[in-house]
Each structure stands twice: as structure tokens, then as C-alpha cells.
Design a binder for this molecule. Sequence first.
Ligand code: SAJ
Length: 422
Amino acid sequence: MRVCVIGMGYVGLPLAVEFAKSGLRVTGIDVCEEKVQQINAGSSYILDVSDADLQPLIEKGLLDATADFSVLREADAVCICVPTPLTKTKDPDISYIVSAVSQVQRHLHRGMLVILESTTYPGTTDELLLPELEKSGLTVGQDFFLAFSPERVDPGNPTFNTRNTPKVVGGMTPECTRRAMDLYQHAVDTLVPVSSPRVAEMVKLLENTFRAVNIGLVNEMAIMCEHLNVDVWEVVEAAKTKPFGFMPFYPGPGLGGHCIPIDPLYLLWKLRAVDYTARFIEVATAINSGMPRHVVAKLSEALNADHKSVNGSKILFLGVAYKKNIGDVRASPALEVIDLVMKKGGDIYYADPFVPSIEIGGRVFHSTDVTCGVAAFDCVVILTPHDDFDLPRILRTARLVYDTRNATAGIEVPPTCRRVLL
Ligand code: SAJ
């Protein structure tokens, strides 16, 4: 079986590698020539794919990459794994899907299986892909086969990977589902067939909306606990001893990443088109996107207690990636916190071993070396607690630490340091 994977990112490249490892002939397609060259040179730029994974597959001729979509003519199957970001007005941007599907349509042939993996609103496959592909004159379920199968890649997850994460598959027809399952059984141990692409699209949105709403809930719990003078961290730690019917989430400076802040808004947008308001998503989005301002307000209060203002204070931010132990800053709330503090006149410094530099408000900042201690700063704000940080040393040398992640829990706070929690 000859397989093509469109989009050589954190979803497409690991999937292509798993297919090739199983003995299938795989071609990765990407519009970025540099990515194509790196793959063909056996050099991985994706966290979960090592060069040792890649090189033997390239050498055996099982995997290669190209920017030329005409290879689709020889493909028995194609998986579309392109980005689905938001526009500046927070609406779905499916331009990458549209572009990929038009290329597939140009080279669509009898017997071809087309699968969309990119996270999108329910109805994308049957309302957008199907009519586009049927322009070829071919009929779905007979001449070509079409399905949706959501990606469940969690970059850097040491336990779950492409092969051992169950995969939901929803075809336009039972034969479409069967053929999609026949393909995926080469790369994934557990397959979960569902009755349609729309169900499969909605499964993914439930998964990630579940996280966004629960993170919104626990962020509001943090604000409620502040009004009630209760330690939210102690509350969550005690609540999670409940062995059933509860799952801990933790407050923080906001919602970052390329999935959780975005996917629920695809659902919200689609429901507006059918005159329904997804209130949980609206409320969670409002709370989560309000957390950076909440952090800055508490920072102002903490400095104020030292008779200082944000304006003119030297402030060190620890960790700017959107979650710990990775270097991805996409939609990281840390960037918004820093932007707000900069606008208030704060003298900004940051330290993040995974992020050498960031640009905020037209200014470029470089990661500060904190091994010599942090005594020079009016406040140290912990936003993303990478394991690399020596937090006991930070507490020993800081005057004021604002810990938005409760990362210093259990660490002795010397009398020379005042610690404030989210
Ligand atoms: N966050 C909190 N409190 C929490 C959990 C997360 O504030 O209790 C914040 C994080 O700091 C981050 C954002 O939310 O800024 C998203 O965090 P995340 O843990 O959901 O991490 P992601 O965005 O990498 O989510 C991915 C998702 N994987 C896929 O979409 C395939 C998600 O479904 C996974 O559950 C998640 O990884 C995971 O569990 O690590």
C-alpha cells in the first residue's frame, strides 16, 4: 500500500514514521522545502521522532518527502494533517485544509482513501471535503473512500504515542470506515470505529472542550477561594483523594498551546451558524483568557505591599513556554502577562531553558541566566515551572516570589523571602 501524509508537523511526521515502520511505502508531503530536505536527510525536527527512527526508513526507501503533490497519483491513501488555527478575529481558519483538499481533488483516482486528521468543526468532512472531492465525478464509498480520524498526539508525552493511543475513525460509509481501519491497523494498536465523520469530529472537540471547561472551572475556583480566603491548592489536593467521579485540574496564568485554547472555539463558531450559543465554552473562554490580567493584578498587589509599583520594578518571569518541560510558546499566557506588565512600565526579564528568546510588543528579550541567583529582582514570577529550575535556590535568593503554579509547594521559604500564590 502506498500512503501519503500531507503536513509534516507534530502529527503528520510521527504518523508517517509509524506507517513506514510497519512496512508501508510512505511519502510525506509538505509545502515547506526545508522540512522536505530535513526529512530526506534523515534529520528530525519533531520532538517525538528521533533521527534514529527516521534514518533507516529513509535508507530502506520506505519513507521520503516531497513538496510535489502529484505523488498523490500513485497513492492508495492520503492522510491530511495540516494546521487548523484561528484567524485574528478568533474564527476558524480552515484555509490549510481547503488548500490540501484541492490538491487531493486534482489527483484523486479510483480506489483512493482520503482521511482528514486535522481538528475542525463538525461537518467539515461531509460539508466541505465530500463535495470538493466529488467534483472529480467519482462517487464516495464506491470509487473513492473518505473518513475523519482525529489526531491525539500529545507532544513530549513519555507514555502515549501514535501507536499506543486508541484512534477514533468515522467513514462516510461503512466501507469507508473499514478501509480507513485497514490502513490505520498498520500504525495504531487500538481502533475505535464510529458511525460518521461528524461523530469523529465531535469526539475530538468533546475531548479538548472538556479540558478547557474544567481548566476554566478550576481557574474560577481559584478566584472564588481568594474571595473566601481559602487556599485553592490545598482544596484541589484534598479533592483529588476522591477515588471516583473526580479528576484534578490546576489553576494557572491562563490557557496556552495549539489545541485547548483553539478547538472549543471551532465548536462555538459552528454552533453560532445553527443559532445555538455554547455557553459553557463562552464562560470558560472568558475566565481562561482573563487569567493573565488576574495575575498582573495580583503582581501589582504583591509589589504594592513592598511600597513598590509595577512601573520601574525589576521583574523576572520564570518559564514562558505554554506548559512545562517543552519549548512551545504558542498562545502561551506568559507572553500576555509579560506584555501587560511591560505596558505598565515593568522592567522585564525572563528565564526559560527551552526558549532562548521571545518577541513581545516589538521588543526582543533573551533568556536570563539565573544560576547566580535572583536577588537583583523586585519580584520573581513563576509562570511555567520547568523541572530544570532550582526552586529552593530561587527562594533562598529572592525577596518576593509570585508562584502562579504552586510549584514551590513543600519547599521551605526562608524569612528573607515572601511567597505569594495565584
Ligand atoms: N492547564 C492548566 N491547568 C491544568 C491543565 C492545563 O492551566 O490543569 C493549561 C496548561 O498550562 C496549558 C494549557 O492549559 O497552558 C493546555 O494544557 P494541556 O495539558 O491540555 O496541554 P496541551 O495543550 O498540550 O494538550 C494536549 C492535548 N492533546 C491533544 O489534543 C491530542 C490534550 O488533549 C491532552 O490531554 C494534553 O495534551 C495532556 O494531557 O497533556
